[in-house]
Design a protein around this ligand. Sequence first.
Ligand SMILES: Cc1ncc(COP(=O)(O)O)c(C=O)c1O
Length: 509
Amino acid sequence: MNKPTRQPPNASSTGIKGLVFDEPLLFEMGSPGRIAYSLPKYDVPEVELEAILPTAEIRDPIANFPELSELDVVRHFTRLSQWNFSIDTNFYPLGSCTMKYNPKVNNEMAALPGFAQHHPYTPEALSQGSLQLMFELQEYLKEISGMAHVSLQPAAGAQGELTGMLMIHAYHASQGTQRKKVILPDSAHGTNPATASLCGYSVIQIQSDERGLIDPNKLESMMDEETAAIMLTNPNTLGIFETDILKITEIVHNKGGLVYCDGANLNAVMGKTKMRAMGVDVLHFNLHKTFSTPHGGGGPGAGPVGIVDKLEPFLPKPVIEHTGGKYVLNRDRPDSIGKMKAFYGNFGILVRAYTYIRSLGPEGIKQVAEMAVLNANYIKASLDEHYHLPYNGPSLHECVFNDKRQLKNKVSTMDIAKMLIDYGFHPPTIYFPLIVKGALMIEPTETESKETLDKFIRTMKDIAKLAETKPEIFHDSPRMPVVSRLDEITAARNPKLKWKPEGLESKAT
Ligand SMILES: Cc1ncc(COP(=O)(O)O)c(C=O)c1O
């Protein structure tokens, strides 16, 4: 029988009243002969399997295979689904990941049979609607970023980076030079150096200054004609705008280098300014962050990439074009870096982004950035007396605290994150960016109401107080979810993936 097993750590302050049930595996449930279907009596003679199939093709019966009713199965999976945390259940302030609410109309549009059941091998002449949607989405992304061309192929931000850097590589090769280095700030997301080295470049790190920004003088001393590009993020992973961006892009261009901008933080600036105006040559968009598609669990996503004119010959092929009143896929692209993704990218994500942009319009897009920045600054100003802010300059859509104050009582960022789970919130991004020791990176996004932000702020203040008054209770949190504190290294290195029935020496190995 299911029994409630967990209690909130601090029942009076959490206000959590729901029950979380233990859930057995399907293999531990059921009763012999129970079934989940009822079919009419056979109207053909029954035959033995052996009479119609070769013995080698007949599977042995599976020992202890569960026999269940439809209700057993429905309740099992419904209860499991209730163990999940999602943006639809509560606040998900995952910094750098922009976990905003995803309006349901986006899903409805992606589920329209004309889109969802459109086979990618359908001839172009019969695919005009889908091609038009993709073409127009490219136009919107060009308008938002100021970039001259956009490819929708990449399936994630990281693949957008790879696509962009391959085009940079192809461009330098076409100039008869093969540059060897890429400069990256130490605040960069891990995918940036990984991408640069995957393209064969040595990664040269530039240390952020005391503002958390790139120092143009330092960059000038590092930039040379062996350097293919700088890969930066603006606003950077501290949520701070690179105020010297015009100087930075000029320094790089003066030596013949190109500027790659990681656009994962576009939520902070879209509709307010254009990346091209800052001298950016290549930009990737994370549609599954900025343009509302939910992400997590490895995908699916979409990381379109925008470029300046001089990189146009290298775009991944096919390129969607609009000529003579028709949408066509141009495959005749001799200098293209090739195909980056099967067919035309993750089409369902493109439909969602298109719907999102069309529903908001230019004014709505601008308001998104304004609200995202306002919300982050409200949290920052409300918590700065309680948590240490290692970089205290003006920030945009996210703010990065750390555990410096709480560590005095041996309460770490990990403890704070786990305690937040007991209060019903998803933890923020932790221990990133790497330049902040014990980072707690909070990004509320524009979709959260003041009530939600206030509840989160109250909780964070409560947690700061508990860290001073009852630091010992942190070590057992989270208590509320089905799985409490894991030994994360053992879980990653030694996962228990097999189940054995009761009575055998171990249940799970
Ligand atoms: C700043 C930044 N750049 C790049 C990426 C990579 O994007 P994706 O996860 O879509 O590959 C992320 C993802 O979290 C990010 O936060």
